[in-house]
Design a protein around this ligand. Structure first.
Ligand code: SF4
Ligand code: SF4
Length: 410
């Protein structure tokens, strides 16, 4: 058994760590430089990586650069984002600037919700469509976010593969036996390498209403059970509360050998007790294993879906905690970013956060600097010295919830 675990602070170190990961797993990389390499980040919602929700663009950029540096040029990034965004026709890939990052590096990007279907048999005779692009890839790299999760306990490597299902219809079909189906899809698509983004993780009510926590970790390997168990240890989270690990243990896929390996890791400095994903009374009541099947039966009806798609129902569901996301139609449109030199203390923090490596703060307002408007620098500057010009749109809600905490932890 083998695992890579290390800390990184800033783009330069993230790139160094990613190089170390590829060196360690060099033997499993495809021989042909023409091989199709598929990167599957976690782009669950339109909340950027600094909120703890989605995969950090810096990690994604580091993986792309490493692959390109090794001569691989057939690279695709893909994700089938959260059902609600899909239903509302919101492109999370675009809002998170993953398409802009892909364009910057000249790699492809696709929304798996619109992929060619490949039918897979799941538990209880259920058949659901998985994106053909993932199934057909020569080398699949899973790049999940480390976070606590209300339904799954924690979401890391295993859970992230559910984004390979096409659209809401197929995701829903697998919810009845969620844990077993998560394991099933992992066995089917078999990612070759997993690189976990624990740089800024999420604790509390994940996947989308938790709080960001900076662990600064990158954890990588080829065994998702081993990595997820390690992540549970890092978060001081009872692995039995992670539904996928509990079921994997019952099926004999998570073994005593995994436990012995994880217990032997010298990672005391990285451990930190994550707040549990505790929901409000109503959500907890409905989602209890005894009642969940009735809830799913109602949730899967057309009438319920229609009602839920209305704005008023959305607000009620969010207020009662039954829905974690707010679907805001308003797009963000950034005209420019510039520095207020009276406020800037030249602390150098922004330079560590830019995924495209712009020399900050000096080159922020230089024309043609390659800025992809991810807003990482804008959100982390402790002095609020970065001036945003344009329409914030959906980002306003993120700032309302996370502005202070992100500036504090970053
Ligand atoms: S983070 Fe803010 S204060 Fe620090 S160098 Fe950048 S702009 Fe200046
Ligand atoms: S300059 Fe700021 S907004 Fe632009 S890509 Fe870099 S971190 Fe993102």
């Amino acid at each position: 058994m083998q695992l890579y675990i290390n800390k990184a602070e800033g783009l330069k170190e993230i790139k160094e760590r990613v190089s170390e990961v590829f060196k360690l797993y060099e033997v499993i990389l495809p021989e042909s430089r023409e091989a199709s390499i598929f990167l599957k980040p976690n782009l669950n919602a339109n909340m950027n990586a600094l909120t703890g929700n989605t995969t950090d663009l810096r990690l994604l950029a580091a993986v792309i650069e490493e692959l390109k540096g090794r001569g691989y040029n057939n690279i695709t990034i893909g994700e089938g984002t959260n059902s609600g965004y899909y239903r509302h026709g919101i492109s999370v890939i675009s809002r998170l600037k993953v398409d802009a990052l892909a364009g910057y590096h000249g790699v492809k990007v696709i929304d798996l919700n619109y992929s060619e279907p490949h039918l897979v048999e799941f538990e209880d005779g259920v058949k659901a469509s998985v994106a053909r692009d993932v199934v057909d890839a020569d080398f699949l790299i899973n790049i999940p976010k480390l976070k606590t999760h209300f339904e799954a306990g924690m979401s890391v490597c295993l859970k992230n593969m559910m984004g390979c299902l096409i659209g809401q219809e197929n995701k829903k079909k697998t919810h009845k036996s969620l844990a077993r189906n998560i394991l099933h899809i992992n066995e089917y698509v078999k990612p070759c390498l997993h690189i976990v983004d624990g740089l800024i993780a999420m604790e509390g009510l994940g996947p989308t209403r938790g709080m960001p926590v900076k662990t600064g970790l990158i954890i990588a390997g080829t065994d998702p059970y081993l990595i997820d168990l390690t992540c549970a240890r890092v978060a001081k989270f009872d692995y039995k509360k992670v539904v996928t690990l509990r079921v994997a243990e019952a099926l004999g896929r998570l073994t005593q050998e995994h436990h012995s390996y994880v217990n032997s890791l010298d990672i005391k400095d990285s451990e930190r007790e994550f707040a549990p994903p505790t929901a409000g009374f109503l959500a907890t009541f409905i989602h209890s294993p005894k009642r969940q099947k009735y809830f799913l039966a109602i949730r899967n009806t057309r009438l319920f879906n229609y009602i839920c798609s209305t704005k008023i129902a959305g607000k009620i569901l969010y207020a009662t905690g039954l829905r974690q996301d707010v679907f805001i139609d308003d797009e963000m449109h950034c005209e420019s970013l510039s520095i207020d030199w009276k406020k800037c203390t030249r602390c150098g923090k922004c330079d560590k956060y830019c995924p495209v490596g712009i020399k900050l703060p000096d080159d922020l307002d230089k024309k043609g600097n390659g800025c992809i408007h991810c807003l990482y620098c804008f959100m982390i500057c402790p002095e609020k010295a970065i001036i945003y010009k344009g329409k914030l749109g959906f980002v306003s809600e993120q700032l309302r919830q996370y502005d202070e905490i992100v500036r504090k932890i970053a």
